[in-house]
Each structure stands twice: as structure tokens, then as C-alpha cells.
Design a protein around this ligand. Structure first.
Ligand code: GLN
Ligand code: ZN
Length: 767
């Protein structure tokens, strides 16, 4: 068995430094290019990545370089490789049963009446994977040799890379039961049928020239999955006994990123595999384990999840400690795939060089790994200058102006700042002040971001459109959106958010303590990427942000216009956040800025203010033991942001993308007067959860799935509303879509809202 080198990474960004993959994939989807052109671009991206990683110091032919490309998603890659696709796509297979790239995209994106796989968040990151559907009818068989061909492609170019695939336990643990499966079916029950396909795949990879393979098994660290820790550990034992027991295979590295393995570490140590990759940033390892003598331990000491340069000496010490566990060898690595960080900070010519010196994007993290690897091989002294430089950058960061801002820190907080008057009092005052009908109709905030809006913003950003012309254009957009809502007959209007590029970046650009990157794209799902802002310093609000737009919109109508803010937890979740103080402290700084904004909105005559927290569920720690503390600070920050609102001001919040079960108590603790949630896709299932905990504030379960261009019919919406009204007293019920309308076009938006209004009128007749 060849040894694994002393430096490696668990995965590298796939989208390309200039989002080349996004452009190529979208050109293919729209018919502007063909399959051959797409394959060509993808092959070039893989070739560039390999060369780049060698230039940064990883070995060319020693399995240090992960073969971690994906056209869309690594979970879909694994599902397609083992043939685990839903029956409704079976006709897309080729005559020999294989699943080609066009079929792969159809499974990801759906087609006509064929729904795509569902999408959900990958562990505690902001990446979304496609949820496999598995049932008793699923037939597992090797259905794509793409990974094998990528290994061959690398070999032909003079590399020996390490193919990466989501492992069998994680694939099943993340899957949901297929439509055909009986009630209570557990996808993990199919493990024994799935594992032989991995055995066959590994033989093919070996034949193609792979000396190591990486099986990603992050499910093993999670306590947030339906399967228990014990079930997952048992599944890993069974699967690895068979896969590891096979003779014709590469050496196996099982990677378990995102948190500690806990007791499952011993399971991997005892398994017939050659390597274990552990997360030393979000996790720790037990002091001892049996069976490590013949294995390599890959220590994820460099944070794959954040963009800070960090404490390299501390990282090296973690690796030294790992070396004392008795493994055959230790390698330095990133804690997770570098999928979660942008390519290269040296591309950021507009960022303050001092800030840049504190940062490490993917390429810089590879260099850090390479330095640590040299330290392992040659001893600490050999990398003294790298360690010292990182330490100097850290202390420079600690003392830099803005990182600690006296005026932010001297704001004293007492318990009263986190609480509003009792709900009953607020409800009465708001009823009196707002005079809303039963089942009030509203939307979540954004209206379609049309090509015109995007073009105007781009021209304004490039300096081609003067500010006054741009703002006049935005005002005309607001006029139109207000006019449309009045014509449709909505009760609580919004201004439509035409001035916002993104609900977090917009606030980041208008608050002190943030920096915005130029090329810092990170894959969110499929061809979609986001550009998270960098929250590097103490946060404060130099001037009101949204007030002029809200005031303008309110001046155009006699109905109430909702002010629209993004909440502190979501601002943190969708930014790269400083790691030098507890998240709760940072969240409270953001909350104070929002609190001041709310005061200014009230002064401008805004009586209803929504503070969006769609990411509340997303940051929930994977370990149950950490969840209470998270919910404490996250809920507190929302309450601090909204706690200064007057009794008669109606505070709304909005949550989406989530299963609510786990966080329902937290949602209640937010104490918003009205909460709108995503519900249409689950046919109002969430309403039962809401009813069960006796939620007694206003609630708006979404009746329109805005993720699809489909216009819901009046009858369908009426049925959803009646279902909600069965479980929730109508005096609490609001009517709204699932989420903002920014990704939709005007035709379907107008038609859908019209149907929502008609359905609501029918139901109102009976309340
Ligand atoms: N107010 C935002 C919008 O409507 C909320 C978006 C979200 O929840 N993701 O676009
Ligand atoms: Zn939403």
C-alpha cells in the first residue's frame, strides 16, 4: 500500500476562478452549447485545478490531489454512480443502464411534471445537496463511470489523484424514503445491497490507476439526522468490513468532516481501512483508540469552512497531538473540502491589503497545508518563518482599528432590552392601530428582480448610471410594485426590494465592519454561487439604510407598507464571520444596528417591520449538546434587534428552507408578532407542528411554492388555507407565499397572487 503524503486537502472548489463551470453548464442547459463543449470546459477546469494544486505544493503523483470535481452536486454524483435514482427517471437511462450527463441534469432540475430531487442544506454549511430517494424498489448497480474516467484523465496527464465519492453510509443516511416505499421505510436498511456496488467501483478505480480513494462519510459526525449515532456507527462497521475486505481496491481514506466523530472514531480505527480524516477545527479526537498502528491519520487542522488565515502554530500543535495517538503516520489537511471557500484571495485587488493579510481562501489554505506538511516531515523549526508570519498577522488583526470599536462596545445591555411588552398588550394595540381584515394578505418582501433592475444596478455599480438616475429608476419600480399590490387587493404591502442585490450583502455594504469581495464566489447549489461578505470588525450603522425607500413606498399608498430587514443570525450565516469572538457577541452587534434602524423606520411612519431569519435552522450545531447554547444566543440577538419596537409596531419574521420540528420552540421564543414560514411544498405539514406547541401569535404558512414557475390554482390554495384553518385559529392566520418573489417573473407572480387573493376571499366568507 502506498503511503499517503504528509499534505493533502479533502476537496477543492469546482466552479472555477471566474465561475467558468456555471457559465458552461447554463449555456448547455439553454441550448447555447452542446455536450462536447461542456465536457471540454469541465476537463479544462479539472486540468487547471490539478496543475494549480501542484504549483501550490501538493504532490503530482502521490494521491495528494483529490479528484473532487462535480457538474452539479457530489451527493447526486454518488447516487447516479450507484444507480440510486427514482423510478420516474428510469427511462432516461441508456440502453446499457448507464446514466449520462443530460439525464443527470434532469434528475437535478426536473422536467415538466417530473419533480427534481429535493434540495437541502449540507450539514452546517450553506451548500445544498440533492436528496436521494431510496425505497425497496431501488436497484443498485454501477451506472456511471465518470469518476473512473476522471482518474484515467489524470493519469494520462501524468497525475495520480485520489478520487472522492460520498460513502455508502452517508448516501443512505441523507436519503429520504422514495414515494413507493412503505410508511416508516428506512433507506439505511438497503446498505447490504448498496455496498457491493462500491466494491465494484473501487476495483474499477484501482484498475484506472487510483492508489487511494476517499469515501466522504460526514453523516458519522452528525446528531441531526434521523438515524442515531449508534445506527450510523453500526452501518459504518458493516459497510467498511465488506468494502475494506475486498482485495482488489485502492487504499481507503474515510473522511468525517464537520464535527467530532466521538465514539465512532473507535469504529473507524478498528475498520479494515488505511486512513481516517478527522476535523480538528470543529472537532477533536479521543485520547486513544485501538487499531491505528497500520493507519494514516489525516488531521483537518486548516479550516475549510471559513476564510481566516488563522493560527498556524495552533494548527501544527493539533497535528503534533494527533501524532501521539499511535498511528503509522499523520498528514496535514483541511478540515472539510475547500468547496466552502472562494478560490484565491490574491484576486481581491480592491480589498484593503491589511485585511487580505489576515485571510486565506482555497489556494492560501493549500499553501498552509503544504507548510504544515513540511513541518511534519522536517520538524517545527523548518517552518518557523511560516508559523511566525501567521502569528504576526493574527496579532496585527487583533490590534487593528475597526476590529474593536469602542463606541460599539460601550453600549450597555440589560434584560429589558431583550423583551417587548406582553403579547396580549401588543396584539390589542396593533389591532387598534392597523385595522387589518381577517386572514390578512401579504408577501415576503421581494418582487421579481427583472432584467431591467439587474442591468440598472450593474450600470450604476460600474459608474455608467448616475446615482440620481438610478434612484429615480428604483422609485419608479416601487411605484409599479405598490400599484400592482393595490390593484390585486393585498392588505400589507411591501416596496419590493429592487435596491437589494442580495438580502445579506445589501446590509453588509451599508454597515461598518464588513468588506465585500469581487471574486469571492462560493457554490450554493448546482450552478448557483453566492458571494458572502466578510464580517471582520465591530459592526455599526453609520447611517439609516432602508428608511428612505420604506418612507417613499409608504407615501404612495394608504395601506401599510412593511419595513424589510435581514436578521442578525441570517446576516452571520451568509457571511464569512470573524472567528476571534463568540458568534453571539457579533450577532448582538448586528442586532443593535438593526434595532436603531427599526427605531428610525418607526419615526418615518412605518408600523409593520419584518426581520427575516431564514437561516435560523441552518446554523444549528450538528451536536445536540451544542444546540441549546446556539439557540440561546441566536434567539437573544433577534429579540435584541426587535426589542425596542413600540407596543403598536407589528414585528414580523420570515423563515424558510427548514424543517421546523427542532427549532419550533426557538421560533416561538423569537416572540415576533407574526411569523411567515415555508409550507406549500410540504402541503402544510408544518401547520401541525405549529398547532402542537400551541403557538398563539400570528402565523402565515406559505400557500405558493415560489421555487417553481407553476401558478397554483385558486382551488388548490383554498384547500391549503382550509387545511391550515382546521389546525390554527383563523384570528392568528395570515396569507402569503412561501418566500420572496425575486426569482420569479411578473406573469406567474401576478397570476399566482391573484389566485391567492381569490382563494382568501372565498375562505374569508366562512370566518
Ligand atoms: N425578504 C426577503 C425576500 O423576500 C426574504 C428572502 C428569504 O427568505 N430568503 O426576498
Ligand atoms: Zn424565505
Amino acid at each position: 500500500m502506498t503511503a499517503l503524503p504528509q499534505g493533502t486537502i479533502l476537496g477543492y472548489p469546482r466552479i472555477g476562478r471566474r465561475r467558468e463551470l456555471k457559465k458552461a453548464v447554463e449555456a448547455f442547459w439553454s441550448g447555447r452549447s452542446d455536450l462536447a463543449a461542456l465536457e471540454q470546459t469541465a476537463a479544462e477546469l479539472r486540468a487547471t485545478t490539478r496543475e494549480r494544486l501542484v504549483a501550490l505544493g501538493l504532490g503530482r503523483a502521490d494521491s495528494a490531489i483529490p479528484e473532487s470535481f462535480s457538474f452539479y452536486d457530489q451527493v447526486l454524483d454518488a447516487a447516479v454512480t450507484v444507480g440510486a435514482i427514482p423510478e420516474r427517471f428510469d427511462d432516461l437511462r441508456s440502453a446499457d443502464g448507464s446514466i449520462g450527463l443530460p439525464a443527470y441534469f434532469t434528475i437535478a432540475r426536473g422536467e415538466g411534471d417530473r419533480a427534481p430531487l429535493e434540495m437541502t442544506k449540507w450539514f452546517d454549511s450553506n451548500y445544498h445537496y440533492l436528496v436521494p430517494e431510496i425505497g425497496p424498489e431501488t436497484t443498485f448497480s454501477l451506472s456511471s463511470d465518470r469518476l473512473v474516467r476522471e482518474v484515467e484523465e489524470a493519469v494520462a496527464a501524468g497525475f495520480v489523484t485520489r478520487p472522492v465519492i460520498v460513502g455508502p453510509v452517508t448516501l443512505l443516511a441523507l436519503a429520504k424514503a422514495s414515494d413507493a416505499a412503505p410508511e416508516g421505510f428506512d433507506p439505511l436498511s438497503r446498505l447490504d445491497d448498496l455496498v457491493p456496488v462500491y466494491v465494484a467501483l473501487l476495483a474499477r478505480l484501482r484498475a484506472a490507476g487510483a492508489e487511494w480513494v476517499q469515501l466522504d462519510e460526514p453523516a458519522l459526525v452528525s446528531e441531526s439526522l434521523p438515524a442515531s449515532t449508534q445506527q450510523l456507527a453500526d452501518a459504518a462497521t458493516r459497510a467498511l468490513d465488506i468494502i475494506g475486505g475486498a482485495t482488489d481496491r485502492p487504499a481507503i481514506l474515510v473522511a468525517a468532516p464537520y464535527a467530532s466523530l466521538g465514539a465512532t472514531f473507535a469504529v473507524l480505527a478498528a475498520a479494515p481501512i488505511e486512513g481516517i480524516a478527522v476535523d480538528l477545527v470543529r472537532g477533536t479526537v479521543p485520547d486513544a483508540a485501538e487499531g491505528l498502528e497500520g493507519k494514516v491519520l489525516v488531521g483537518g487542522a486548516i479550516d475549510g469552512h471559513n476564510i481566516w488565515r488563522g493560527d498556524l502554530s495552533a494548527a501544527f500543535e493539533k497535528l503534533e497531538a494527533l501524532g501521539r495517538l499511535g498511528a503509522a503516520s499523520v498528514s496535514a489537511s483541511t478540515s472539510t473540502s475547500l468547496l466552502h471557500v472562494p478560490h484565491d484571495v490574491t484576486e481581491e485587488s480592491a480589498l484593503d491589503p491589511r485585511l487580505v493579510s489576515w485571510l486565506a481562501f482555497a489556494d492560501q489554505k493549500v499553501e498552509q497545508v503544504v507548510a504544515l506538511a513540511r513541518g511534519i516531515a522536517e520538524g517545527r523549526e523548518a517552518i518557523r518563518s511560516e508559523l511566525d508570519a501567521a502569528t504576526a498577522a493574527l496579532s496585527d488583526r487583533r490590534s487593528a482599528p475597526g476590529v474593536s470599536d469602542g463606541t460599539v462596545r460601550t453600549r450597555e445591555l440589560g434584560d429589558a432590552d431583550f423583551a417587548r411588552a406582553p403579547y396580549a398588550e401588543r396584539e390589542a394595540a396593533q389591532q387598534e392601530a392597523l385595522q387589518l381584515p381577517a386572514l390578512p394578505l401579504t408577501t415576503i418582501g421581494s418582487f421579481p428582480q427583472t432584467g431591467d433592475i439587474r442591468r440598472a444596478r450593474a450600470r450604476f455599480t460600474r459608474g455608467e448610471l448616475p446615482r440620481d438616475e438610478y434612484e429615480a429608476f428604483l422609485r419608479s419600480e416601487i411605484d409599479a410594485v405598490i400599484g400592482l399590490q393595490e390593484e390585486l387587493g393585498l392588505d400589507v404591502l411591501v416596496h419590493g426590494e429592487p435596491e437589494r442585490n442580495d438580502m445579506v450583502q445589501y446590509f453588509a455594504e451599508n454597515l461598518d465592519g464588513f468588506a465585500v469581495t469581487e471574486h469571492g464566489w462560493v457554490q450554493s447549489y448546482g450552478s448557483r454561487a453566492t458571494r458572502p461578505s466578510i464580517l471582520w470588525g465591530d459592526v455599526s450603522r453609520p447611517a439609516p439604510i432602508t428608511v428612505d425607500w420604506s418612507r417613499y413606498a409608504q407615501s404612495k399608498t394608504d395601506k401599510h407598507v412593511k419595513g424589510m430587514l435581514t436578521g442578525p443570525v441570517t446576516i452571520l450565516a451568509w457571511s464569512f464571520v470573524r472567528d476571534d469572538q463568540p458568534l453571539g457577541e457579533t450577532a448582538n452587534q448586528v442586532a443593535l444596528a438593526l434595532r436603531d434602524e427599526i427605531g428610525d423606520l418607526e419615526d418615518a411612519g412605518i408600523a409593520i417591520i419584518q426581520v427575516d431569519e431564514p437561516a435560523l435552522r441552518e446554523l444549528l450545531p450538528l451536536k445536540q449538546g451544542d444546540q441549546a447554547a446556539y439557540l440561546d444566543w441566536s434567539v437573544a440577538s433577534f429579540r435584541l434587534a426587535t426589542g425596542g419596537a413600540a407596543v403598536g409596531t407589528q414585528v414580523h419574521t420570515h423563515l424558510c428552507y427548514s424543517e421546523f420540528g427542532v427549532v419550533i420552540d426557538a421560533i416561538r421564543a423569537l416572540d415576533a408578532d407574526v411569523t411567515s414560514i415555508e409550507a406549500a411544498r410540504s402541503r402544510m405539514e408544518v401547520v401541525a407542528d405549529v398547532a402542537e406547541v400551541g403557538f398563539d401569535h400570528g402565523i402565515g404558512p406559505g400557500v405558493y411554492d415560489i421555487h417553481s414557475p407553476r401558478v397554483p390554482a385558486v382551488d388548490e390554495i383554498e384547500a391549503l388555507l382550509r387545511r391550515a384553518a382546521l389546525e390554527i385559529p383563523t384570528r392568528q392566520l395570515w396569507v402569503n407565499p412561501d418566500c420572496g418573489l425575486k426569482t420569479r417573473g411578473y406573469d406567474e407572480t401576478t397570476a399566482s397572487l391573484r389566485n391567492i387573493v381569490d382563494a382568501t376571499r372565498r375562505v374569508r366568507e366562512d370566518v
